[in-house]
Design a protein around this ligand. Structure first.
Ligand code: LAN
Length: 686
């Protein structure tokens, strides 16, 4: 539930529980008894009961523990006090996320990171929690046992510098002049992965101005609390290369150390006129990002930083007012409290998978209103135009794409576009409206545009620089953040989307486009094969981990024309089958993503991962893996709750190798889709 709708979390949760227990007392399932024991009908009826008025499904989308602090810091810096409701809800949310040892993880299930422990400590203090509060004291102790805020990773340094709790001198330079380099230069930030690029953009503005909040008594107290030595006696420059070992994901490359040294020299000699020009250009790019996303901005990190940058430049402008007013769009009330979401929502993504599951089940005619409304959501959230002056602002075309959340956000993504396209095609027969074929073909053309020269697809954009640039990853805590390279999920989704469109349109797709699709598909096959590991698996980048990646790998190969007896598919299915848990499910730990090898989940089967494994095996060869599939199906059926929902379990999503995410609806649409496919292949759901 959207937090800005003015609900109280405790009320919501209490009401839901009260409603459920009343039903149980009356001996009724919350979902009508008519669904009986059919897990598909129960599951879809449950989803039907919580579909939004806009046709989509809205849910919580959190996990990272460095987002809400950014929201709190931004309000503090721009002197926009939070309301009492927000304050108490945030304090509760932050307390709940704290580990027993006083630390905060990079994400909800993670062991302590100095980065997030310091940020959450400061956030609690800025919210008015006193230094002698037991939770604050526990965090304080942990921070000092791990070297103090002095050795926080660079992303933490930026935040602390903005808050006047660190010196910009302790940060490696992030000069705004980078944006004035010739666009052909491989180091021009327009070549960076878009999420990295927008963070660099905002930080370069604040760094370039050495922006800091004015010191006040609370910040002065924090300066004392965060460091072992007196703040004014710290040798900031000497700290630049020291980062807490708990947080470091990789050692800095020689290229990065060299670049930092060179930038450090240049920064000392930067002409003021050049700096002013660079700052003006960067601010213009920030404004463009805000204007083209309805002030949502591409993600939560640049949303908070951009808002501060704008406020620092023009505190009273209409633009800044709109940027501030859009902040609460990132808040969401859920069982864990009032969270800052990892995106403005995951609505298109979830609604798209629900559409596919419903279509696969053959039950769409029974759920005609739900199917119709789902289709409407897909229809109403396709991006219809490119952004204004897109080339000047380094943007790829957008027309025809689908975003991860909604049209207002506007940044289309490769797999979301493929999903939007497939969902539209799958539900069209059950809908009383119809997306113009020309719009669906725009999606096809955009997918074709996005194909990389190596034949694969990345996330948001066609690859702009070689993968070598990853050596300049300065984040310390995230992996694979610099370049939008070809990946298994995106490549697989793109070829599946193209195959679906080709099958749907037949000859109407046009000769020229048909040839382009065929050529694109042929070029994708070797990429998918090259990404497969020797053990038959594919490593996922956005879901945990080998289970997710291998499902995409198998379906990608099938979409490029591989046969189920292709040795690559046989090996992949064998990999999946061998990982089945004793309880019949599949469960993979998020540690797989960090260690880059399969780690079993300590709690055994997880519903979302079981669904991915089943989808993989059912796509590869339902016959060869009959027993394993039947046991997995039983696992899902047994875990389903009386109301048609499934229990929330461990985290299922990941980004940049180290940070985990909670996808609220993965426990619903993936099991339903897997069960639907199983039923279609003759497996019993009884
Ligand atoms: C997402 C969420 C969706 C995800 C999929 C569509 C599932 C994926 O297949 C492609 C990549 C994408 C779009 C994705 C990229 C990275 C995001 C935006 C996120 C994981 C959500 C949050 C994350 C963003 C980078 C968080 C902010 C942190 C930074 C390091 C800037």
């Amino acid at each position: 539930m959207r937090a800005d709708a003015g609900f109280s979390i405790t009320n919501v949760v209490d009401q839901e529980i009260a409603g459920m227990s009343a039903d149980l007392e009356a001996g009724l399932d919350p979902v009508s008894q008519a669904e009986g024991s059919d897990p598909l009908r129960r599951g879809f009826s449950y989803l039907e009961s919580i579909q939004g008025a806009h046709g989509g499904w809205t849910g919580d989308y959190d996990g990272p523990l460095f987002l809400l602090p950014g929201y709190i810091f931004a309000h503090y810096v721009i002197r926009q006090p939070l309301g009492d409701g927000d304050r108490s809800a945030f304090v509760m949310t932050l307390r709940r996320a704290q580990n027993d040892d006083g630390s905060f993880g990079l994400h909800l299930e993670g062991d302590g990171y100095l980065f997030t422990t310091v940020l959450n400590y400061v956030a609690l203090r800025l919210l008015g929690v006193p230094a002698d509060d037991p939770d604050v004291t526990r965090a304080h102790r942990w921070i000092h046992a791990h070297g103090s805020a002095a050795i926080i990773p660079s992303w933490g340094r930026y935040w602390l510098s903005i808050l006047n709790l660190y010196s910009w001198e302790g940060c490696h330079p992030v000069p705004p002049e980078l944006w004035l380099l010739p666009e052909r230069a491989p180091l021009h930030p327009s070549r960076f992965w878009c999420h990295c690029r927008v963070v660099v953009l905002a930080v370069s503005y604040l760094y370039g101005r050495r922006f800091q909040a004015p010191l006040d008594p609370l910040l002065t107290a924090l300066r004392r609390e965060l460091f072992a030595e007196p703040f004014d006696s710290i040798d900031w420059r000497a700290l630049r290369t020291s980062v807490c070992p708990t947080d470091r994901y990789f050692a800095p490359s020689r290229l990065l150390r060299f670049a930092n040294a060179v930038l450090g020299q240049i920064e000392q000699r930067m002409p003021q006129r050049l700096r002013a020009k660079a700052l003006a250009s960067v601010l213009d790019h920030i404004k463009h990002e805000q204007l083209t996303t309805n002030f949502i901005d591409i993600g939560p990190v640049n949303k908070a930083l951009d808002t501060i940058a704008l406020w620092s430049a023009e505190p009273h402008s209409d633009h800044t007012r709109k940027a501030i007013a859009a902040m609460p769009q990132y808040l969401f009330d859920c069982e864990r409290g009032r969270t800052m979401q990892s995106y403005n929502s995951s609505e298109l993504w979830d609604t798209g998978f629900i559409a596919l599951a419903l279509a696969e089940s053959g039950h769409a005619p029974e759920y005609a209103t739900m199917a119709n409304e789902t289709y409407r959501f897909i229809d109403e959230n396709q991006v219809l135009e490119d952004v204004d002056q897109r080339e000047r602002y380094y943007r790829d075309p957008s027309k025809g794409g689908w975003p991860f959340s909604d049209r207002a956000h506007g940044w289309p993504i490769v797999d979301c576009t493929a999903l939007g396209l497939m969902a539209a095609l799958a539900l069209e027969p059950c809908s009383n409206r119809r997306i113009e074929p020309a719009r669906l073909l725009d999606a096809v053309d955009l997918l074709l545009f996005w194909q990389n020269d190596d034949g694969g697809w990345g996330t948001y954009e066609k690859q702009r620089v070689g993968a070598w640039l990853e050596a300049l990853n300065a984040s310390e805590i995230f992996g694979d953040i610099m370049v939008d390279v070809s990946q298994v999920e995106l490549t697989s989704s793109a070829v599946q989307g193209l195959a679906a469109a080709r099958a749907h349109f037949g000859d109407r797709i046009g000769d020229e486009r048909k040839h382009r699709i065929d050529a694109a598909t042929a070029r994708a096959a070797p990429v998918l094969r090259a990404l497969q590991r020797a053990d038959g698996s594919w490593e996922g980048n956005w879901g945990i981990c080998f289970t997710y990646g291998t499902w995409f790998g198998i379906c990608g190969l099938l979409a490029v024309g591989a046969k189920p007896d292709d040795p690559a598919i046989v090996r992949a299915a064998e990999f999946i089958r061998a990982k089945q848990c004793e309880d019949g499910g599949w469960g993979e730990s998020h540690k797989s993503c960090i260690r880059r090898e399969y780690v079993q989940h300590p709690e055994g089967g997880q519903v979302a991962m079981t669904a991915w494994a089943l989808l993989a095996l059912l796509s590869a060869s339902p016959q060869r893996h009959r027993d394993a599939i039947q046991r997995g199906v039983r696992f899902l059926c047994e875990r389903q709750l009386p109301n048609g929902d499934w229990p929330q379990q461990g985290m299922t999503g990941v980004f940049n190798r180290t940070c985990m995410l909670n996808y609220r609806y993965y426990r619903n649409h993936f099991p339903l889709w897997a069960l639907a496919l199983a039923a279609k292949n003759g497996f019993s759901l009884g």
